[in-house]
Design a protein around this ligand. Structure first.
Ligand SMILES: NC(=O)c1ccc[n+]([C@@H]2O[C@H](COP(=O)([O-])OP(=O)(O)OC[C@H]3O[C@@H](n4cnc5c(N)ncnc54)[C@H](OP(=O)(O)O)[C@@H]3O)[C@@H](O)[C@H]2O)c1
Length: 269
């Protein structure tokens, strides 16, 4: 398929019941030829969002899949029941709980959702993406990133603080983009990352700010990365407001590879 046509493409958007995710799903669904699948954990919210988006975009090819993105088994189950091609995966779901919590598997919840959720989604869906080329992964990260401690990813040694854990997770999203881009480039799957925008949401409120951009403004860069021509030219890169921006984290290749290995160690058979 020609990269400039949007004929019969399928996109998964995670966290599409949230502020930016819903706007991303709506903007992609409004483009010709897209089937949009919302990957959500809350069925009632998912149903409401699908109805709203069908009405607002006049696209009937919008549906949801229930998945808990903090749990590998739930992500693996989504991949197992997935049939057909996948051209676009937007990893966007994230949380900022004020208190340290763990998944039933005993993994710190913010790391599990914001980092491993992205990692596992790419991992289990990469063969489908490779069969649907040219295809893309967009990892929604942030300029608000840093402080990653490769020896304490789950805040077992450091005192948990939701802002610190969040910044670490967004650094990890940007780092993992670099290594997945390299690994998937020979298969014509591009992997990019971006800061969406500062938007009022549950996530931003938990961090103590409201946001000065609309959700649609926040969705603009992720949607552009997911749909604009020449996806492969952008692979491995980080963008803010559609502008390629140097990412110092991605340049630390030793830590990038250590992080990839560390995430792999959380992945069961
Ligand atoms: N808002 C900002 O100013 C800002 C700035 C920079 C970067 N970002 C990035 O933008 C992305 C979206 O943020 P947002 O502000 O739109 O957040 P949000 O409104 O709080 O939405 C978060 C979404 O993630 C979903 N989610 C959380 N945990 C999940 C799980 N275990 N399984 C499945 N879904 C789960 C939520 O589902 P429920 O509806 O069920 O809770 C919701 O749909 C994030 O990656 C964030 O880091 C946001």
């Amino acid at each position: 398929m020609n990269e400039t046509t949007a004929e019969h493409r399928t996109a998964i958007i995670t966290g599409a019941t949230g502020a930016i995710g819903q706007a991303i799903a709506g903007q992609i669904a409004a483009r010709p030829g897209f089937e949009v699948v919302l990957a959500c954990r809350d069925e009632a919210k998912a149903k409401r969002t699908v109805s709203h988006l069908k009405r607002s975009t006049r696209n009937d090819r919008i549906r949801y899949e229930i998945v808990d993105l903090s749990r590998q088994a739930s992500i693996a189950a989504l991949a197992d029941r997935w049939h057909g091609p996948l051209h676009v995966l937007v990893n966007n779901a994230a949380i900022t709980p004020r208190k340290r919590q763990e998944t039933p598997e005993g993994i710190e919840l913010q790391f599990a959702t914001n980092v491993l959720g992205y990692f596992w989604m790419i991992q289990v869906l990469s063969s489908t993406l490779m069969q649907s080329t040219p295809s893309r992964v967009v990892n929604v990260a942030s300029y608000w990133a840093g402080g990653l401690d490769i020896d304490d990813l789950e805040f077992k040694r450091r005192k948990y603080n939701n802002d610190l854990a969040y910044r670490q997770s967004k650094q990890a999203n940007r780092m993992l983009t670099a290594t997945f881009a390299q690994r998937l480039k020979p298969h014509r799957v591009s992997v990019t990352t971006c800061h969406p925008g500062d938007v009022n949401s549950t996530l931003s409120n938990n961090l103590g700010f409201g946001g000065h951009e609309t959700a649609d403004q926040g969705a603009d860069t992720p949607v552009w990365l997911a749909t604009a021509p020449n996806g492969m030219e952008k692979t491995g890169k980080y963008f803010e407001h559609r502008r390629e921006t140097k990412c110092r984290f991605a340049q630390d290749t030793q830590t990038v590879e250590a992080l990839y290995e560390a995430c792999g160690a959380y992945t069961g058979p």
